[in-house]
Design a protein around this ligand. Structure first.
Ligand code: UD1
Length: 373
């Protein structure tokens, strides 16, 4: 049996790190049975290389080096290059994670060759089809043979879409495996200069819906500027957001930084008073860490973090953002708990299932090795 694990963009790296480890820990597998393919969707030191180094992810066996371009171009190029990889290496399983363009591109290319596809972090739904990630989630789940889910709400979404129980596999959250594994190392990192433990907020913004419209972005900064009069706001800026900030009036207590690598960023979050974000993964990390999270979106594909975690959807209305931020500053904290199976062992469960599924492969489709030449 041969497996290809795919990673392409920043949020993928913390999800595949424990999967690669769990594969490596299996004495019944040879190293050449598991290949890591990096699509190159993210490629810079800050967005990719630092994550491989800090999380000790093995060097990718193959890098497709697609880089940044339009959605169709990026997805199409990944499909073309990944199909060649599949034809050359003939995997039995392709494992894709998350909801980025690399996820759907590799899932389609593999599936059309008759290769079994496993999707890690399946079943999440924002119900906002204007998000590119929602399109990627729906399409990837529709064609994947095994759907590894992070919570019961995701299982329910899949059932509601008519997915049979045998394809759904509730394993927990591999991103949280990485968080638990790395928390000790993260805590040993330094905070940015001039920042005191517990006395600052963290801000991240990169969703096209928030940063690509100048009026929307300016109005988000009205309450953020106000929050900065109460406590400093540390803002590691995603590369796509950098040019959008030009000309905006930002309070001097908003500390702009380059986008950060995993360990310093985790340390920044764990020591903060609150986080304001439009990221998906950060909603989950703050829930596990018990840090109040205000999500600057009107929907989330991760509602479990609002139901039992620390996350509040505050949208982008300036008054609402400020109201919730001031409530946190005045000590208002909701009790929260960690979702079921977010226990640091999700990746081991995934690899156990994949290896035990060997015998069942034909049920999911024919293997590439049986495809007529
Ligand atoms: C992608 C994902 C998004 C994820 C985000 C995390 C899709 C559809 N979107 O969005 O779900 O939340 O990654 O970062 O897959 N850039 C660099 N260096 C890099 C990569 C990108 O400077 O290594 C810059 C380029 O100017 C690029 C821009 O960032 O045009 C956006 O990158 P892209 O991968 O297209 O989308 P993200 O917004 O990062």
């Amino acid at each position: 049996m041969k497996y290809i694990v795919v990673a392409g963009a920043r949020p993928n790296f913390m999800k595949i790190a424990p999967i690669m480890q769990a594969f490596a820990a299996r004495p019944d597998l040879h190293a050449d049975q598991v290949l890591l393919v990096h699509t190159g969707q993210h490629y810079s030191q800050n967005m990719s290389d630092n994550f491989f180094e800090e999380l000790r992810i093995p060097k990718p066996d193959i890098n497709l080096e697609v880089g940044s371009c339009s959605h169709a171009e990026q997805t199409g190029q990944i499909m073309i290059f990944f199909e060649r990889v599949c034809l050359e290496h003939r995997p039995d399983w392709v494992i894709v994670v998350g909801d980025v363009n690399s996820t759907i591109a590799c899932a389609i290319a593999a599936k059309k060759l008759g290769i079994a596809v496993a999707h890690v972090e399946a079943g999440l739904r924002s119900r906002d089809i204007s998000m590119p990630e929602e399109i990627n989630r729906l399409c990837t789940d529709a064609i994947s043979d095994l759907l590894f889910t992070t919570d019961e709400l995701a299982n329910q979404n899949l059932r509601n879409e008519g997915v049979s129980e045998e394809r759904i596999c509730f394993v927990g959250n591999t991103m949280i495996d990485t968080l638990f594994q790395q928390l000790g190392s993260a805590r040993r990192k330094a905070l940015p200069d001039g920042i005191e433990k517990g006395q600052y907020a963290v801000l991240t913004l990169h969703r096209p819906a928030n940063v690509d419209f100048p009026d929307r972005l300016a109005s988000i900064f009205v309450p953020i500027n106000e929050i900065a009069t109460h406590l400093p706001v540390v803002f590691p800026v995603h590369p796509r957001t950098v040019p959008k900030l030009r000309g905006l009036k930002l309070h001097s207590k908003i500390k702009l930084m380059d986008s950060m690598s995993y360990l310093p960023f985790l340390n920044l979050v764990v020591n903060s008073k609150m986080v304001l974000t439009d990221s998906g993964g950060i909603q989950e990390e703050t829930t596990v860490l018990g840090i109040p999270c205000l999500t600057l979106r009107s929907n989330t594909e991760r509602p479990i973090t609002c139901e039992i975690g620390t996350n509040i959807l505050v949208g982008t209305d300036p008054r609402n953002i400020l109201k919730h931020a001031l409530a946190v500053l005045s000590g208002n904290r909701r009790p929260s708990c960690i979702p079921d199976k977010w226990d640091g062992h999700a990746a081991e469960r995934i690899v156990d299932v994949l290896l035990s599924n060997e015998a069942q492969l034909p049920r999911f489709g024919h293997s590439l090795n049986e495809t007529p030449q």
